[in-house]
Design a protein around this ligand. Structure first.
Ligand code: HEC
Length: 137
């Protein structure tokens, strides 16, 4: 086996995962050690600004708290709101897309405060990633 081809093979083996990671970057937004940073920088601000005023320490509308991972997993008076890893099966995603079966469940309730498509997408990706939530926020 000529020496150059061995070197080439080593290079391919070493560099391939990095290349794949770069190509798949959007899908891998949460799939590495930067999870906590992504949550803190992109996900928590959306929740904190748009949801915790009614679903936080002071008020728990619909018996729902969204200021902890436990709250998201536990859900509200109608039961679970998320299926971990499956945003398409998660009622909360229908709610923020304004596609809830019952109009009272479209969130936030005031239409003019609706989330943007990008914000909905960010929360979907977060649920798909299994709702990573660092200890401190
Ligand atoms: C202005 C207050 C307000 C804000 C802001 C708000 N909600 Fe709600 N939310 C409510 C009320 C009131 C209910 C109960 C509705 C009902 O049962 O008819 C509710 C219920 C829900 C439910 C259903 C809980 C259950 O089990 O019945 C979900 C899911 C939900 N909200 C998610 C969110 C999310 C996500 C946000 C932020 C994007 C948000 N809400 C922002 C007032 C609010």
């Amino acid at each position: 086996m000529p020496r150059t081809s061995t070197i080439r093979r080593v290079l391919v083996i070493t560099l391939a995962p990095a290349t794949v990671a770069i190509l798949m970057a959007p899908a891998l937004l949460f799939a590495d050690a930067a999870n906590d940073q992504v949550f803190l920088a992109k996900v928590w601000p959306i929740i904190d600004k748009n949801c915790t005023g009614c679903h936080g320490a002071d008020k728990q509308k619909g018996k729902l708290r969204l200021d902890s991972r436990d709250g998201w997993i536990k859900g509200g008076e109608d039961g679970p709101i998320v299926v971990e890893g499956a945003p398409e099966k998660s009622d909360v995603i229908l709610a923020i897309k304004y596609m809830a079966k019952d109009d009272d469940h479209n969130m936030p309730p005031k239409k003019k405060t609706r989330l943007t498509a990008d914000q909905v997408d960010m929360l979907s990706q977060w649920i798909k990633a299994g709702l990573p939530w660092p200890d401190k926020k």
